[in-house]
Design a protein. Structure first.
Length: 299
RNA sequence: CGCGGGGUAGAGCAACCAGGCAGCUCGCAGGGCCCAUAACCCUGAGGUUCUCGGUUCAAAUCCGAGCCCCGCAA
């Protein structure tokens, strides 16, 4: 059995970790995940999903705050890293017998970085995929072991795409690792000149630029749903647009407009979106109809 | 004690600051108009104004305490 140390912190890592456990192919010696952190308005301390799983299966957990000078208490055949969230020093990467393997939710060398799933949607890509690769000291830079492509539905959002990508990635991973350890795969160097990058997203990335076209804004919406979501300002307040769609209507750019009980916003180049569900700062989320009824005199 | 908005009819809002019959847009029920309608006209039902206490002749409104929802922030 192949012994592994699993590194993961993000929500996306949880189903993949589950799959690794369920496969029964691996001897999981240790889980490394980020420290429990305060979350939400009440700042309640919460552990990562990966840690919850580890506890459930009685797997030892380490949560170093930093990996500087950190030494793994065990060594394994392979380190598997899946959205751990911190840069892992070379000394740790090289501590495993066969090295460290990373999963990345894009068709590398495209979309290296922290937000591949969001970014492909924002850019309106038609396809994406999963890549399993060896890690080196640069981010998402190592030789590729395997890759699989997935077509993107023009209307799916980040959550839905993640839900489809995660099992694909998990399958590919548990197939690739044993083959690699058995020497059946020769790693392929990435075509570094073709590399593109995506940064970590913040709430500010969800602020809508109404001079962009409707399709651009719709893609932003898809990429940032459910987090951090897209928003604009209205009556000096933050207005989140929770559910929108493309529209053929012709309405003024950047102006919230009600027509026949439906809500529209004009975008660049005479395009428009329709808003179905929205939320004003300090208020609950409501549908377009309720919004129009309440703010009729302001629309 | 991180900052801020809010709780009023089934939904969304107004009235609160300067206390005096609780209102608007929808929805719902009934009726009318129409070839017909989610359109239009008329009528109606539906409220412990989050809870508890205080001030007052009088509290949705002012004061105090509590519960709940939400936007930031992390």
């Amino acid at each position: 059995m192949i012994s592994i140390v699993f590194f993961g912190s993000h929500q996306f890592s949880t189903p993949i970790f589950q799959k690794i456990i369920d496969s029964g192919l691996f001897d999981i010696k240790l889980v490394v995940t980020q420290p429990d952190r305060p979350v939400g308005r009440k700042q309640e301390i919460q552990m990562t999903g990966v840690k919850m799983l580890a506890l459930k299966y009685n797997i030892p957990v380490e949560q170093p705050a930093t990996l500087k000078n950190y030494v793994l208490p065990v060594t394994a055949d392979v380190n598997i890293v899946c959205k751990y969230g911190l840069i892992i020093p070379e000394s740790i990467l090289n501590s495993a017998k066969f090295g460290s393997i990373n999963t990345h939710a894009s068709l590398l060398p495209k979309y290296r970085g922290a937000s591949p799933i969001q970014s492909v949607l924002i850019n309106g890509e038609k396809e994406t995929g999963s890549t399993i690769m060896l890690m080196d000291k640069e981010m998402d830079h190592g030789p590729i072991l395997s890759q699989e492509t997935l077509a993107i539905d023009p209307n799916e959002n980040c959550f839905e795409l993640s839900e489809r990508l995660a099992p694909l990635e998990a399958e590919l991973l548990i197939k690739t690792v044993p083959d690699f350890v058995a020497g059946k795969i020769s790693p392929q160097e990435q075509n570094h000149v073709a590399a593109t990058f995506c940064k970590e997203l913040t709430r500010d990335d969800g602020k809508i630029d109404w001079t962009k076209t409707a399709i651009g804004i719709y893609n932003l919406y898809r990429g940032l749903t459910p987090w951090p979501g897209i928003w604009t300002t209205w009556q000096e307040k933050r207005l989140k647009l929770l559910k929108i769609g493309l529209s053929e209507s012709s309405v003024p750019e950047g102006k919230l407009t009600a027509v026949d009980g439906r809500l529209f916003m004009g975008c660049g180049e005479n395009t428009a979106i329709e808003i179905f569900e929205l939320q004003l700062e300090g208020k609950n989320a409501i549908d377009a109809r309720g919004f129009i009824n309440g703010f009729k005199n302001l629309l």
